[in-house]
Design a binder for this molecule. Sequence first.
Ligand SMILES: Nc1ncnc2c1ncn2[C@@H]1O[C@H](COP(=O)(O)OP(=O)(O)OP(=O)(O)O)[C@@H](O)[C@H]1O
Ligand SMILES: [Mg+2]
Length: 414
Amino acid sequence: MSEHETINQPERVISGVEIVLDEVTKRYSGSKLPAVDKVSMTIPAGEIVVFVGPSGCGKTTTMRMINRLIEPTSGRITIGGEDALSIKPDKLRRGIGYSIQQSGLFPHMTIAQNVGMVPGLVGWNKKKINDRVDEMLDLVGLDPDQYRGRYPRQLSGGQQQRVGVARALAADPPVLLMDEPFGAVDPITRGLLQDELLRLQTELGKTIVFVTHDFSEAVKLGDRIAVLGDQSKILQYDTPEAVLANPADDTVAGFIGSGASLQQLTLLRVRDVDLATCPTAHESDTPDKLRATLTPRPRSWGLVLDDRDRPLRWVNSRHLAGVNSLRNVGDPIGEVVSTQSTLQDALEALLAARSASTVVTGSRGQYVGLISIDTLVGTIRSLREAHEDDHLDSDDTTETAAPEVLDSSTGATS
Ligand SMILES: Nc1ncnc2c1ncn2[C@@H]1O[C@H](COP(=O)(O)OP(=O)(O)OP(=O)(O)O)[C@@H](O)[C@H]1O
Ligand SMILES: [Mg+2]
């Protein structure tokens, strides 16, 4: 796979603020049961917290109470220590970026007007807004010259979603709420958008609440994952590592794969799974060969190898602009795993690096391919399915534990 982003950074930037929900409840009029029932959680400043849970469990309702697009029936919400319910809703919303699956763009406004809307509302001057619009479009991989003046209907669904993300980020809010923002795009583009978001996050350190149905996405993006059940009951709220290793109950386990299948990751080796590849070149080659294969939008990545094929650095088209040698260009490759490593090691390396994929090397340290988080989550799923088949007659307790907890069909497990 060509997408790659390493997020290894010693000191973290934090521009976001802490969000605290305290016994927050939403009861829609005419409904017997509350849609969200006494949810309490702390979302730490500068972290990405991912809500996953079945359709209708209250993810959107919970999220929209944070920016008061939905008013809580009871409970308290503080944002950066301030009582959200005492801030005027429109002022509150200007400090919170919001992007949704349908992109939520205004159809009668151009892309530039959509992206520049909140900066305009908070009083930026025209020049600053225009610069910011271009910067944001560039950030999400859309050529400003080409897209600035278009209308949303003249963009594909995935491009509209990118604009939605650009718009959410435009006024540089400390808090971002993202409700299945990449739901409408194909798995490859989704991977690239996820990479972009992670890259941005290392630069920006915002507090991000992210909703998804896709567990791979949650593992990849989340500093913490909140697995929600009916009425937004928090079934588990922990790091991806902890949720994967110790699912809180059968419902959570049914979704991600049982502990038993996770254990099996220590028995499988990287060489046992299909590896992805990316373009490569030797340090002594001219940059032309790589330049020809790496696309700027969506940004793809290649590897520079030494004369013994050992990986040295990641490069993209931006690195290659204007250089006439591959020496000293690119980003560090970060932690690599070998074909001998267990899948458990690979999982740990991926989680530590917060990257889409990590480089796999052979016995001489030479490049042999890439392993991705999607591959690992896919492997866990198939191990679990195999495990369930084995126990179909003897053990039906796991059957009740594997409901349509989450729509795994949306999970990219290629
Ligand atoms: N405006 C509304 N009026 C009444 N009930 C509502 C309203 N909006 C949502 N609900 C109900 O509240 C519950 C939670 O809905 P919500 O949209 O928060 O779920 P969700 O977890 O975001 O689901 P999905 O994954 O399908 O987006 C559902 O039972 C839904 O039918
Ligand atoms: Mg929803």
